[in-house]
Design a protein around this ligand. Structure first.
Ligand SMILES: CC(C)(COP(=O)(O)OP(=O)(O)OC[C@H]1O[C@@H](n2cnc3c(N)ncnc32)[C@H](O)[C@@H]1OP(=O)(O)O)[C@@H](O)C(=O)NCCC(=O)NCCS
Length: 325
């Protein structure tokens, strides 16, 4: 069961450096025009001397402050990441340490770009199971460290960033109709392989590609299908009180435009901000939610669908009644 909770705080954390498409033209054979036309991306934030942990801490601190809570009130920390600073400790554990959050369950989820949706549903479910009042759910990604900066077909698409929300138990629940789904990536359409270090018992082949590798067209087809299917499923589930706005994972504006057409929603019912941030993997829905909230695109009383899709392959969504003023 999902606990009756609502979002009471939200925050963002971004690296200092903005890399524009013009700057990308200096490092690979690409053009601002190609990137904008094919993806909608104009710039991305990239880590330099900041880290996935530092931007995640910043986002979490802002979310807790916005909630009017203290770090002592947080009883659960779930962080979504595929690209944290360290393998150990977890991103959640590092945020807990840096912010001085009291002893509580703290762990990471890894579900590609759908990670935040998995983290949100897990948090709301654990808040019921463990009878908790306040939880911090964040996503932090330093995907630039896993990009092949010589591969123009992928390096223009991604950016780094972090976002966080605080969930608080409330009399009325505002998170509904969770959908979590996954299927095997039979054709390796989206991978980042680990580097295997030799052991005294085995020498691994030296020519391992440990950077992000993507079959763009296949991913485009998968993403469009599952985004459209999840919208249709959620629409069916909340016929009595339909959602009117959609915040999808920000991968490519053409995916969103295409899905808007086939699902019968208007373009302006989708929030799109990937021109500013590019694809920040599991942080993208949180950065879009934060941006939509601060731009007042979202207002209390709005019923919205959040939908993610990505490597794994994974996808999922929830419907939220927005309450934050
Ligand atoms: C990656 C993506 C933008 C590529 O667009 P596309 O229309 O499929 O383009 P293609 O891969 O067919 O490439 C078309 C041409 O552009 C070239 N190209 C690729 N990247 C380029 C770049 N950055 N700049 C200029 N040209 C580029 C290709 O080499 C190809 O040239 P060719 O025709 O001479 O071989 C698109 O497939 C996509 O968005 N896929 C989904 C990605 C995604 O969402 N991933 C994350 C999911 S969580």
């Amino acid at each position: 069961m999902i606990a009756p909770v609502k979002i009471v705080g939200i925050g963002e954390g971004l690296p200092k450096l903005i890399v524009t498409n013009k700057m990308m033209e200096q490092i690979v054979d690409t053009s601002d025009e190609w990137i904008v036309q094919r993806t909608g991306i104009k710039q991305r934030y990239i880590l330099t001397d900041d880290t996935t942990v530092s931007i995640s801490v910043e986002a979490s601190k802002k979310a807790i402050e916005k909630a009017g809570l203290s770090v002592r009130d947080i009883q659960l920390v779930i962080a979504s990441t595929i690209a944290s600073t360290d393998r150990v400790p977890t991103l959640a554990g590092s945020v807990q340490r840096e912010l001085g959050i009291s002893d509580c369950p703290a762990f990471d989820v890894s579900a590609g770009c759908t990670g935040f949706i998995y983290g949100l549903v897990t948090a709301a479910s654990l808040m019921d199971t463990l009878q908790l009042d306040n939880a911090l759910v964040l996503a932090g990604e330093g995907i630039s460290k896993h990009i092949d900066w010589a591969d123009r077909s992928t390096c223009v698409l991604f950016g780094d960033g972090a976002g966080a929300i605080v969930l608080r138990r409330s009399s009325e629940g505002s998170i509904h109709y969770p959908v979590l789904m996954g299927k095997s990536d039979e054709e390796n359409v989206l991978t980042i392989k680990n580097k295997d270090d030799d052991t005294p018992w085995y020498r691994y082949p030296s020519e391992q590609n440990t950077k992000l590798v993507m079959k763009g067209r296949e991913v485009f087809t998968f993403a469009s299908e599952v985004l459209a299917d999840t919208i249709t499923l959620l629409k069916e589930k909340c016929k009595d009180k339909p959602f009117t706005k959609i915040i999808p994972h920000q991968a490519n504006s053409r995916i969103i435009e295409y899905v808007a057409r086939i699902t019968g929603f208007k373009q302006d019912q989708f929030f799109i901000n990937l021109s500013k941030f590019a694809n920040t993997s599991s942080a993208s829905i949180l950065l879009a939610l934060w941006d939509a909230y601060t731009q007042r695109w979202l207002a209390p009383g709005d019923r919205i669908a959040l939908i993610g899709f990505g490597s794994g392959l994974t996808w999922g969504g929830v419907v939220i009644d927005w309450t934050l003023e």
